[in-house]
Write a protein of this length. Sequence first.
Length: 383
Amino acid sequence: MPLPITELTVGRFRGLRDVSLNDLGRVNILVGPNDSGKTSVLEVLSLLSLAANPLDPLLWMRVAGRRDPFGVALRAGFNRLRWLFPQDSTTDPVSSYDGRIAFSARGGLPFHEVRATYRDLRSLPEAPAPPASSALGDVVPATTGFAVERKGARIEVEVTGRSPGEYIRTESFTWWEDERFELPRMAPVVSVPIQVITPYDHLFPGIPEQLYSEARRQGNADPIATLLSLIEPRITGLEVLAAPGASHQRADAVMYLRDRSAGLLPLEAFGDGIRRVLLIASAITSARNGMLLIDELETAIHISALGNAFRWMVDACEANNVQLFATTHSLEAIDALLAADETPAREDIVAYRLEATGQAVTVRRYGEDLLRRLRIERGLEVR
């Protein structure tokens, strides 16, 4: 099957302008300094290919809040969607804002290009009703006071098909800070499965259980136990069981790992490395025939476990037809990925180095052969 994305072009998105990633592979590694746009590329991919479809407003809210796991931005204001759009030195964070983004892709996705506009909205409440008369004919004065301006935002999204003129779909959504946003009924769009793993997802309860349960339903859970045994030989299996003391009305799920000597132990009894590896393995099986996006690939995994973990990951992506995009700051992670690929003659692993210079972001592509020569033969820095 063709890869979901073989070419990605970002016209404008956050700090990215006129950025292209060409000749994408099965495993794509994004490297570069802090604030060079690596995570922004993952967010563009999310908006292009999430199964919900890029016309879904909830998807935009989810992507906009992914960098804020504890919801601080929600307390700071509802319009965090604004920060997906380009900002520059002339942008006043207080005044009204009007921004545009655009990005496109080639490959197996059912659509080609996404364009969106964002506009801040301002509105005064409706005028008060005219004074009413009492039963005695006296005029009851209306309530006086200053009208308080309310704030809102409007996003318009346009999606085009694979070929110019194939089809165009548009939707617009409006949020007001003092109103509950009602999700519209969305016509389904056929897309590809996608899973996203942030640097902190393994710390939140419920996410590993959900992904592992999905893998069990699909009949793909056995390889996950195999990977865990490679990382920690004491682990022989996994179970998702009701929490101790749960009532029949509400039975919260708890992940247990079977320890060779201690029996069933809750996942929380193990370290972050096991939780992270379990999350990645479950996400690969859930993203079958789709895409997996991982921000900071090496997070929580000790260098001694990278070889086994990444060898399993590369093989699993191939077996499940999953295209992987991952950011990393670790040379050890890059070297482990190269060592994990047992078909070096075929370009499965590609790296892209992003670097911000002023208002522009430059991209340099490292094919697998070049990457091997730079890292394995010469030991050169590629980050």
